[in-house]
Design a protein around this ligand. Structure first.
Ligand SMILES: Cc1cc2nc3c(=O)[nH]c(=O)nc-3n(C[C@H](O)[C@H](O)[C@H](O)COP(=O)(O)O)c2cc1C
Length: 174
C-alpha cells in the first residue's frame, strides 16, 4: 500500500485527534462491536510499515477487547458528528451498547473484524504488531501526579495499517 495514501489529509487527522478525538473501534471474541474516543495517538511509520499507535488505559473495556483480538480501527468523524465522540468518550461499552444508544450503523472492517463507521471520510484498519505498557519509574513525576493518580498506566498499541479507506468525496466534511 503506498505510504502517501496513508498520510494524505494527515493534518486533518491530527486536528481531530487534538480536538474532539477519533473513534477507536474494537471487537470482542464473540463479535460484539465497541467504540471509544481517543485523543492521544500517532500516525507514522515503523519497521517500514505504516502504523497507528493508540494509547489505551487498562480500565477501558476497549483494552480487554484489543488484548483478546489484536485488531482495531481508527475512524475520523465528519463535522456535525462530534456528539458521538463525546458519548463514546464518557460511557463504557461494559455498561452500555453505545452503537444502539447512538443509532449509528457500523460494519466489520474490510481486512479486520473490528468495526468501522461507514459515514467516516477516513478509516484506518490496524493489526497489533507490538505493544508496551508505560512504566511508572520512567514517567516524569509531574506527569505521574497529574495524569496517573490511580496508576491506570496506558498501554500503547502499535497497529500496522493494513487497510485505509479515504472517501475523497467526503473529506471536505472533516
Ligand atoms: C476527547 C477524549 C479523548 C480521550 N482519549 C483517550 C485516550 O487516548 N486513551 C484512553 O484510554 N481513554 C481516552 N478517553 C477516555 C475513553 O474514551 C472513555 O473512558 C471511554 O468511555 C472508554 O470506553 P470503553 O470502556 O467502552 O472502552 C478519551 C475521552 C475523550 C472524551
Amino acid at each position: 500500500m503506498p505510504m502517501e495514501h496513508i498520510f494524505r489529509y494527515a493534518d486533518r487527522v491530527y486536528r481531530h485527534l487534538n480536538d474532539e478525538g477519533l473513534l477507536l473501534g474494537s471487537v470482542s471474541r464473540e463479535g460484539r462491536f465497541n467504540f471509544m474516543t481517543v485523543g492521544w495517538g500517532f500516525l507514522g511509520v515503523m519497521w517500514r510499515m505504516p502504523c497507528f499507535i493508540v494509547a489505551v488505559r487498562p480500565s477501558r473495556y476497549t483494552y480487554r477487547l484489543i488484548e483478546d483480538t489484536g485488531v482495531f480501527t481508527v475512524n475520523i468523524l465528519p463535522k456535525g458528528m462530534e456528539g458521538i465522540a463525546s458519548y463514546c468518550g464518557s460511557v463504557s461499552g461494559r455498561e452500555r451498547d453505545k452503537l444502539s444508544d447512538l443509532k449509528i450503523k457500523a460494519s466489520k472492517g474490510v481486512k479486520v473484524d473490528a468495526p468501522i463507521i461507514q459515514d467516516c471520510p477516513i478509516i484506518y484498519e490496524c493489526v497489533v504488531r507490538y505493544k508496551f505498557r508505560l512504566e511508572r519509574d520512567r514517567i516524569p513525576r509531574d506527569i505521574l501526579t497529574t495524569i496517573y493518580p490511580s496508576d491506570d498506566l496506558h498501554t500503547l498499541y502499535l497497529g500496522e495499517i493494513v487497510y485505509t479507506r479515504i472517501d475523497e468525496s467526503r473529506v471536505d466534511l472533516l
